[in-house]
Ligand binder design. Sequence first.
Ligand code: AP5
Length: 258
Amino acid sequence: MSTQNDRIAWFLGGDVICRVQPRQLRPYRLVLLGPPGVGKGTQAELLGHHLGACHLSTGDAFRAAGAVDPCHRSPAILAAQEAMMRGELVSDDQVIAMVRERIPCLSCSGGFLLDGFPRTTVQARALDAMLEEQQVTLDTAIAYEMPIDEIVARLSGRRTCADCKAVYHVTACPPNEEGVCDLCNGRLVQRADDQPDAIRVRMHAYQENTRPLTDYYAGSGRLISISALGPPTEILERTLQGIAAHTANCPSVTPETL
Ligand code: AP5
């Protein structure tokens, strides 16, 4: 199964409707947790192909909002961009407001793979309230774990497509042609917050604010922990096994589908 959803409802928010509507029978609603660079975005793309659910990243949504003409950026988006450049978290109020503007994505029949939200327990409670309002439930939160040295290596080699947001790595997952996206021929760029100083601040913010989230989800029996070491397809396999053990009818991985 592949994710053909164009995610424009998530990127633009408000009443915008995605051009391609999901067709799968069972929507998966998952939260992906883990430190910056552990591979949440990479797994979200792979999981999207297997489960049909849409990859919803708050970081991508902020970056997309920040890419518009500077004259049209709201003060809130400018403040968010500055926080991101420094590696700091955007304020809870602002992130929650942004997700609320996209609330139809939470009850979409295609399901969702939330990446980067929630990041604090305040955000996690707000997400639970929004899901209740939309009368849907979270299947599980998946916490990816990996030693910090490996994470820094992943982040410093990351390249992202400026157009479709596909993620590459200069050695672990290089594009066919250097600097060019395999999927859309877009230009590959290095994120501004993948510089050493900003990486250190992001790691600190993660330890302080996001780590306690694993307790939040474990406390309500909704947490699966997965090792993020090894090639992406192996991690995908572990993730799908974890989801299958937690929920019913999760599609299994076969060599043809990897
Ligand atoms: P966000 O965009 O969410 O960034 P992040 O959490 O720092 O996570 P990353 O995207 O850096 O890493 P990832 O885990 O997705 O790894 P990836 O798959 O790319 O947030 C950015 C900023 O926005 C925040 O700092 C904050 O300011 C703000 N923000 C966003 N949401 C917020 C919120 N809710 N509250 C407050 N502020 C918020 O992989 C990394 C690299 O490794 C890639 O090059 C990839 O190709 C490679 N790789 C992946 N898997 C493997 C593997 N198995 N083996 C080898 N290489 C691999």
